[in-house]
Design a protein around this ligand. Structure first.
Ligand SMILES: Cc1ncc(COP(=O)(O)O)c(C=O)c1O
Length: 425
């Protein structure tokens, strides 16, 4: 190559370098964009990202025509639209330990009051509306006696539909619940725990307050007593919702359903739906200390040694567990009682240890009644033996139980290794 050609070549090379640098100056983010595009096309080559009904980002396979069908706009009608259709979760640690599938319905994911009581509160309000008992924004007020969860659901749904809520609750329940009720704009009366024969017992008080409201000519609207312990709208909400959902989610394949009872609405409603369809299903009551239901199911008598005259302590049901356990027979328990096959007594220590176990092993943070359910479900799984499927309910989050139930739990991630045998024995 002669000198001239070399000169041309060097000049062309220098020009190329200058042009490239200039181009990058004019479009400083060109390279970044190019890289981002390449990255994207690598990941989404034959797919497209979409958000599914549960807000999960998923990839849609564009090469598969069947996958192109998307549900039409999944929009919920208000907060009431976020009630029901909760997920059924396999609890991995308990399933592995027992060789059974232990499945839990995540009822704490109900959207209004974050417990299964959302279903009940909504149904009670709908029934009252259908009967013409409620008029939005008229001053109508719903009164309820509750240890908390039903009140929280009622208070939230009342706000959504133009009603007011007045909640009577025992004063020994975790303060998180009464604080939450106040933030939802409910009126809250915390009353001394008392037996049902006392007119100041929280359920009687709510009934009386509703009657006082209606008969007071100076107050707008009327008072409606929700009456969760006795109303048919309670168990029917679970008969029409929780039961069918479990049946569908398990494709009708389950061996036992295990749950505690407060009003009894959940156990009765679910049992009444499932038992006729699955005659072999075992329905098992999980009962905390001090509750008479265990003996009623096992021996036909409503009696607990802790309830002996003169030995009663702070509360009618002497346990740190809230929401389940009772010493009278309610209509909601009675309508399903004949379908309950067995009962398991769970101590407070077992419940607290199980709640800790579920955080340690599974990252699941639950409240006291859910912990009782999980202890009993695991015991039943052990009784049935490997290969069976047990369904229970996770009622509410541990966040509702920080000051009482969770305050008694030892720290998570501590030195002491938990063993399931220690929890269950
Ligand atoms: C926290 C909690 N515990 C227990 C239960 C079960 O109660 P019940 O027998 O009233 O249906 C519920 C209810 O739905 C609940 O929300």
């Amino acid at each position: 190559m002669d000198n001239r050609s070399r000169l041309y070549l060097a000049g062309a090379f220098a020009l190329g370098v200058l042009l490239t640098l200039g181009y990058k100056d004019v479009y400083p983010d060109l390279e970044r964009r190019f890289r981002a595009r390449r990255r994207k096309s690598r990941v989404y080559k034959d797919s497209e990202s979409i958000v599914d009904a549960s807000n999960r980002l998923i990839l849609r396979d564009l090469s598969n025509p069947a996958a192109l069908h998307l549900p039409e706009g999944d929009i919920r009608e208000g907060i009431e639209g976020c009630i029901g259709n909760t997920p059924l979760i396999k609890i991995k640690s308990l399933s592995e330990a027992t060789g059974c599938e232990i499945l839990a319905k995540a009822e704490f994911l109900n959207g209004a009051g974050n417990s299964p009581k959302d279903r009940v509160a909504l149904n009670i309000i709908k029934v009252a509306e259908e009967e013409g008992l409620l008029t939005p924004h008229s001053g109508d007020m719903i009164y309820e006696g509750t240890v908390g969860s039903t009140g929280i659901s009622l208070a939230a749904i009342c706000r959504a539909r133009g009603y007011l809520a007045h909640i009577c609750m025992p004063n020994d329940q975790a303060t998180e619940k009464s604080d939450l009720l106040l933030k939802l704009g409910a009126e809250v009366e915390r009353v001394r725990p008392a037996p049902i024969v006392d007119q100041n017992q929280f359920v009687n008080m709510a009934r009386n307050r509703a009657a006082e409201h209606t008969s007071d000519p100076n107050r707008p609207g009327r008072g409606i007593f929700a009456d969760q312990f006795e109303t048919e709208a309670n168990w029917e909400a679970h008969f029409n919702g929780t039961g069918p959902e479990i049946f569908r989610q398990t494709a009708g394949s389950l061996d036992a359903f295990v749950i505690g009872a407060g009003t009894g609405g959940t156990i009765s409603g679910v049992a009444r739906f499932l038992k006729p369809r699955l005659p072999e299903l075992k329905v098992v009551l999980a009962d905390p200390p001090g509750s008479g239901l265990y003996n009623k199911v096992k021996f036909g008598v409503m009696f607990d040694p802790k309830e002996r005259e003169g030995t009663r302590r702070r509360h009618q049901v002497d346990t740190v567990v809230e929401g389940i356990g009772i010493n009278r027979l309610t209509n909601n328990f009675e309508v399903g009682r004949a379908l309950i096959d067995d009962a398991v007594r769970v101590t407070d220590d077992q419940a607290i240890a199980m709640a800790r176990w579920l955080v340690e092993k599974d990252g699941i943070f639950i409240g006291s009644s859910s912990a009782v359910n999980c202890v009993a479900a695991t015991k039943i799984a052990q009784q049935l033996g490997p290969g069976h499927r047990v369904v229970t309910i996770l009622c509410d989050s541990g966040a509702r139980h920080l000051s009482k139930f969770w305050a008694r739990a030892r720290p998570i991630g501590g030195e002491d290794e938990l063993s399931l045998a220690d929890i269950l024995d």
